[in-house]
Design a protein around this ligand. Structure first.
Ligand code: SF4
Length: 324
């Protein structure tokens, strides 16, 4: 009979964790959350928010606890309550309706999405039909396509969609993109478009934002070295899902988890090195939670893999500056 109790303890297996940097919150998400918090500070609770301010349940529930009420459409907002529009942007009809009803509203659309809205307006004013590369049904796509009259834009989701694109001869064409797409997949679609329509007016650079681009580069770097990649983010977060796809295309097995309770340790079995990243709407507290949960099972060491430094910040709207 062994006298030393430790004889019975199972040694934890070593595990190397490569932590992608940059990961998690981008400047647009940070600003949107701040806008809701400041609106509650300025106007008092409740403040209504049209759609999930950012695609993350943890963030949404945290804001609900502070007095935010999330709704799907403007007609759910009482006349005397302020309303915030989400970071993904809204069709023009939404602020127009808010103005008609004389609602106080604060627009938390990310400035990089607003920039795409202005491009769409410019193309329309220039008499061009606009192709939008993006995902059907995503709020950003609905918002961007809602900047101009129905019929002014055509959505393209994949390279295969190019086959069915037919326009009358003499139609001037231009394109914009959703900000959270896969950089590589979008490059393929753009190449196909330019090949099919040589006269296409292309922007200097596609509209995929700095945060999406940087997080994809970082996840590629960790995926190259890791047996598994965990991306922390919501299933309805476009940029988080793209990170999973990019990791898989780089050759690693990858999964999206919302938080530690989603971890499947049998899936990690046999891995010596894993990578961790987080979508632009996933807070750092959830990254820490996942790492802590892994450390319960493994003798894990964490290495930061930095591929870019970010210093982008966006100001909140003037209406809220006084309560900062
Ligand atoms: S992912 Fe990019 S476009 Fe979207 S909120 Fe963040 S910075 Fe803005």
């Amino acid at each position: 009979m062994p006298s030393d109790k430790t004889t019975y303890q199972t040694r934890k297996k070593p595990l190397r964790i490569l932590l992608a940097n940059p990961r998690g919150f981008c400047a647009g998400v940070d600003r949107a959350i701040k806008i809701v918090e400041l609106a509650i500070k300025k106007f008092g609770a409740p403040v209504y928010v049209r759609h999930e301010i950012v695609h993350n349940r943890y963030v949404v529930e945290g804001l609900e606890a502070k007095g935010a009420v999330f709704i799907d459409e403007l007609d759910e907002v009482p006349d005397d309550v302020p309303v915030v529009f989400s970071a993904h942007g809204v069709p023009k009809s939404v602020p127009a309706e808010a103005e008609r009803r004389k609602l106080i509203y604060v627009d938390a659309t990310c400035p990089l999405v607003s920039k795409v809205h202005r491009q769409v307006e410019r193309h329309k004013a220039g008499g061009r039909h606009i192709l939008m590369i993006g995902h059907a049904g995503h709020p950003e796509v609905i918002g961007t396509m809602g900047q101009v009259d129905p019929g002014s834009m055509t959505l393209i989701e994949t390279v295969a969609d190019l086959d069915s694109l037919v326009f009358e001869s003499g139609t001037d064409l231009s394109y914009v993109t959703q900000t959270t797409l896969s950089v590589d997949d979008t490059a393929d679609i753009v190449a196909g478009l330019e090949n099919k329509f040589p006269e296409l007016k292309s922007p200097k650079k596609e509209d995929i934002c700095y945060a999406t681009t940087n997080r994809q580069i970082a996840v590629k770097e960790i995926a190259r070295q890791a047996d598994r990649v965990i991306v922390i983010g919501a299933p309805n977060s476009s940029n988080s899902r793209r990170l999973v796809e990019v990791a898989e295309k780089t050759g690693s097995r990858a999964r999206l988890v919302q938080r530690a309770t989603d971890l499947d340790f049998s899936w990690l079995s046999g891995a010596k090195t894993i990578g961790i990243s987080a979508g632009a709407s996933a807070p750092e507290i959830l990254v820490a939670e996942v790492i802590d949960a892994i450390k319960v099972h493994y003798d894990a060491s964490v290495e930061l893999v930095t591929t870019a430094e970010e210093d982008v910040t966006f100001k909140v709207p003037p209406m809220l500056q006084s309560v900062i």
